[in-house]
Design a protein around this ligand. Sequence first.
Ligand SMILES: O=C(O)CCC(=O)C(=O)O
Length: 247
Amino acid sequence: MITIQEHTNNLKTHGVTIIENAITPNQTEIYRNLILNYFKDGKNRCKGYGDGNQTIKSDAVNHHYFKTFLNIFDNKILMDVINKLTNNTPRWAYHSDIHLNFNGAKRYHSDAQLHHIPDKNYPIAFNHEDYNVYRIATYLQDHQEDEGGLFIFPGSHTNPDGDHEEYYIGTSPGDIIIFDTRLYHRGGTYSGDRCVMFGPAVGKDNKWTKLHAEGAIARQLKQNHQSEYILQDFIKEKLKSLNIKFN
Ligand SMILES: O=C(O)CCC(=O)C(=O)O
């Protein structure tokens, strides 16, 4: 079994680590069905993304329907890794997305969110050594034998201009990927229904995580056609119980 120290070393060096079998098969199936039902029969399209017909839900864990996704934080290894990465000062980064067969992320990109802050002109691939925000992703079907999982350039989170070799992460359902939001990554292709929870994100309690949150909120409001961001009480309760700051 990988130790907490090894997980954090992986994240520092490669920008990614995987917690295997973190979610039970039963729970994985429940999550997958939640996503399939949410988008079933043309429902709940994302109005503020692309052609307005995409099957993504931005800021999804802040939506009552998806609230059980927060149970991933009951995994002790996940929280131990987060606490170690953030020197026990985890801060909520207000950033989560749910996807079904989403094709908008097939090209390499980083998930830095600062460029979404209006009028600040941060570059798209923002990088700073204290920008330590991590996303927690889970693919809800088996990608061990295909290329439907996540492709990354290991090390690109700290050295975006380096010569990196592509690496494929083919997870089993129930595995959790933690990655540095600066890491260059892209989604793979899959012939079946591809259900993905991408995010939520948590960072160190510093100004970069606050700016990440500001950018993520601006993007999500736009995509959800909302004018005011409201963090739901069920999230606040959960974050308090986990000692994750959000104010
Ligand atoms: O579709 C995927 O597997 C990756 C999604 C992604 O990279 C993103 O939403 O930033």
